[in-house]
Design a protein around this ligand. Structure first.
Ligand SMILES: Cc1cc2nc3c(=O)[nH]c(=O)nc-3n(C[C@H](O)[C@H](O)[C@H](O)COP(=O)(O)OP(=O)(O)OC[C@H]3O[C@@H](n4cnc5c(N)ncnc54)[C@H](O)[C@@H]3O)c2cc1C
Length: 411
């Protein structure tokens, strides 16, 4: 294989954003992707009847100012504006309205403290802002695992505070995977081509892959922090600053399970259940997303990790048992496991989305910084305000491409 002007490593939202920008500027760009598909952590599969199921991202966060909303519409995809049902309890099952109001008040107090503490000079773990001994602390921690992929003891207050969200959340009817496929149209992508080493000693950057060495003037690296920290992609000369930054921006864990639901019409469309209100061993249930006869179950943090270790059927066994305790034993025969993820075991992700360890919010800027005007870095973890999101990843790719265009212009 011969040289390209620019090689982008990874065909997730960041890599596609970068390659589209470069291609639009008339620069020869090639993507090398380890998997046999585009999208990375944006991954839409289908249930046996052909309905889309989102195994990775599902929501267009900050949708009213999210460029992926407009790109989805331009690609002929549907954008659904139904409000997310999070923080509601279908038919008050197992969560009395007064208790739910009390929990929401506790969450509001936590957010207010995060706001205040975010402005302070010193960073701290977010669990220090909990009311000591509050009955709501397990559920607040579980909520953190859905938002951050980890419990509050591993969340940097500074990092959390910098995250920007307009509170508007929409969805792509056909699935994020369809958007990624549309964004990839016309791009030069080599699949099943994991890069293992980037040698930046010579006049051209050399990339080692199982298909042989590739060469390029400039390289944009978009692999997740889990892969960088684990040495899944190495550099010569080594880049310890990057590896250290990646290690303190680990990917937290969120896993999904989809259940088919017989007689779904009995339940309201787009409704939600908290599985338990007093335990971290719980899940969040989105019933009938888009009115479909499905339940999307969300697991996070240490509990999701434990279930991954227990094996593929552990998610379904837990969720069906928890739903039976809420909705009655009769629900068991109406539920059919369709698919479960194991993002921590996925060698090209090693987790779900990044969070900064307490004291390390600045690592995002270290990770994003170019090296010698030839190696550029993108991906959701590089973003100070939009980390952990698909649109943040896309933006980071576009920004890295702009840096490459500027660097090429200087030569
Ligand atoms: C369960 C779950 C739910 C989520 N929910 C939402 C949501 O609702 N809304 C939202 O905005 N975000 C959500 N996210 C986060 C969002 O999916 C990610 O932030 C975003 O997709 C990351 O894009 P990226 O390009 O930075 O990384 P990735 O999508 O991980 O792309 C990196 C690419 O690099 C490839 N790669 C890895 N190693 C190599 C290598 N050595 N050589 C070549 N290629 C390699 C990978 O295969 C991958 O394709 C969710 C994520 C998960 C897992």
């Amino acid at each position: 294989m011969t040289g390209s002007e620019v090689i982008v490593i990874g065909a997730g939202a960041a890599g596609l954003g970068a390659a589209r920008r470069l291609a639009a500027a008339g620069i020869a760009v090639r993507i090398v992707e380890a998997r046999n598909r585009v999208g990375g952590r944006a991954w839409t599969a289908h249930d046996p009847s052909g309905l889309p199921i989102e195994l990775g991202c599902a929501w267009l966060h900050s949708a009213d100012e999210n460029e992926l909303s407009a790109l989805a519409l331009q690609s002929g995809l549907g954008v659904d504006k139904t409000r997310p049902p999070w923080r509601t309890q279908m038919n008050n099952v197992g969560f009395a309205p007064a208790d739910l109001a009390d929990f929401r008040a506790a969450l509001g107090r936590l957010f207010a403290r995060l706001d205040e503490a975010g402005e302070a000079e010193d960073d701290q773990p977010a669990d220090r802002l909990l009311d000591p001994g509050s009955r709501w602390n397990p559920l607040l921690n579980a909520t953190s695992t859905y938002m951050n992929g980890v419990e509050l003891d591993q969340v940097s207050v500074h990092d959390f505070w910098r995250y920007r969200d307009t509170g508007v959340n929409w969805r792509i009817v056909e699935g994020y995977g369809c958007l990624m496929a549309a964004l990839a149209a016309g791009l030069d992508i080599t699949f099943e081509c994991p890069a293992s080493m980037i040698d930046h000693t010579g006049a051209q950057v050399r990339i080692e892959t199982p298909h042989g060495d590739l060469r390029a003037r400039e390289v944009i690296v978009t692999v997740p922090t889990g892969v960088l920290a684990a040495g899944g992609l190495r550099f010569h000369p080594a880049l310890p600053d990057k590896v250290e930054a990646a290690a303190v921006l680990p990917l937290g864990l969120a896993d999904k399970l989809y259940l088919g639901l017989d007689g779904a019409e009995e339940f309201p469309k787009d409704s939600h259940l908290y599985g338990a209100i007093d335990s971290l061993h719980t899940a969040s249930y989105h019933l009938r997303p888009f009115g479909r006869p499905l339940i999307e179950v969300y697991f996070g943090g240490r509990f999701a990790r434990e279930l991954e270790v227990d094996g593929d059927s552990a998610f379904a066994a837990f969720a069906i048992g928890q739903l039976a305790s809420l909705l009655g034993e009769g629900i068991r025969k109406r539920l059919h496991p369709i698919a479960a993820t194991a993002w921590a075991r996925d060698p090209y992700a090693l987790g779900s989305y990044s969070h900064a360890m307490p004291g390390h919010a600045e690592a995002r800027t270290v990770l994003a910084a170019p090296v010698d005007g030839r190696l550029f870095f993108a991906g959701e973890a590089c973003m100070v305000h939009d980390f952990s999101t698909a649109h943040g990843a896309y933006r980071s790719g576009v920004a890295a491409a702009d840096d490459v265009i500027a660097a090429l212009g200087k030569r």
